[in-house]
Design a protein around this ligand. Structure first.
Ligand code: SF4
Length: 310
């Protein structure tokens, strides 16, 4: 696995960006995380004799920062997405100050846009840093209502994560809530969505990108191991009979199963109506949730054209 890699073919941004993976693995340990099963992640973990939920650095700290600096000032990287297979704010590296050091280097570099998607909680210094460079950052807090299946065991309280997002939004940073991945039939009930959207409104967060969980046999097996088959059955039923498809060209590991069309279509309609009523700015992820050919009323539910949180 490389520290920097160019964007993937077939994604919404036509690959005109880079990813950076400063470490391998992620402490958030979401049961549905596809990263833990990607060959390049597994090979890297094996090489470093590490477990996914105990992330390790790609390089020694000083060398890592030096390599990031060298690339960031080279001018090669214009748009940087953090990250594809891990989280920049995985608690261990926030605590050790490395997440902050990395962003300080990037903020002083030739990188023109830094797109962060996170389930973590940045430190105060980092929030201040982003607030001082509002045009440089796009901040995306991955958050969703708590459903009857707990699939994200190691997250800071939602309220704290939303507060951090609200802080940078107030400073002018483009801030979007990623309601992703939604577990259809489990996290999209009207009552819990109402509560969740009211919480967003309280924090002044009114931009949402939403998308649905894509399953594959490895993720399913892992989730059943963690939650038990019986408890998982309410979720797996929602995928029965749904054909799989490959989401990214030349990447066989992106073959996945979307939720059953009827259930997902109902859910998209419900969420869209609720977001419209609240006058939120929102889109459905076109890459993960509109390639399956399921019906989407574009008047009601706009599809992301790759620029919504760019
Ligand atoms: S936060 Fe992201 S990278 Fe980390 S375990 Fe969860 S889904 Fe995977």
């Amino acid at each position: 696995m490389d520290l920097f890699s160019p964007g993937c073919l077939g994604t919404c941004w036509y690959g005109d960006y880079h990813y950076m993976e400063p470490w391998v693995g992620c402490e958030h340990d979401c049961f549905y995380c596809y990263a833990r099963f990607r060959t390049e992640v597994k090979d890297c973990l094996t090489e470093k004799a590490a477990a996914f939920e105990k992330p390790v650095l790609m390089l020694e700290p000083d060398l890592l920062l030096a390599e990031i600096h060298e690339k960031a000032v080279s001018g090669e990287v214009k748009t940087l997405k953090l990250s594809r297979f891990t989280d920049l704010f995985t608690p261990k590296f926030v605590r050790e100050g490395l997440s902050q050091e990395i962003l300080k280097i990037l903020a002083r570099s030739k990188v023109e846009r830094i797109i962060i998607t996170t389930k973590g909680l940045p430190g105060e210094e980092t929030l201040d840093l982003m607030a001082r460079h509002p045009a440089l950052f796009s901040y995306n807090v991955a958050a969703k209502p708590q459903g009857k299946l707990s699939v994200e065991p190691n997250l800071f309280p939602l309220e704290e994560r939303l507060k951090a997002a609200a802080f940078v939004k107030k400073a002018g940073v483009l801030t979007t809530v990623h309601l992703d991945p939604v577990l259809v039939g489990i996290e999209d009930e009207k009552v819990s969505l109402d509560r969740f959207f009211a919480q967003l409104t309280r924090h002044g967060l009114d931009r949402v990108m939403f998308s649905y969980l894509l399953l594959n046999p490895l993720i399913l097996e892992h989730m059943e191991k963690k939650l038990g088959q019986e408890r998982m059955s309410s979720l797996t039923e929602s995928y029965e009979g749904s054909p799989s498809l490959q989401y990214l060209p030349q990447q066989a590991e992106t073959v996945s199963i979307p939720p059953r069309a009827s259930l997902k279509e109902e859910s998209v309609e419900r969420i869209s109506h609720m977001l419209r009523e609240r006058r939120f700015d929102f889109v459905l992820c076109s890459l993960k949730s509109a390639k399956d050919g399921h019906k989407v009323d574009r008047q009601l539910c706009p599809l992301c054209d790759g620029r919504f949180y760019a």
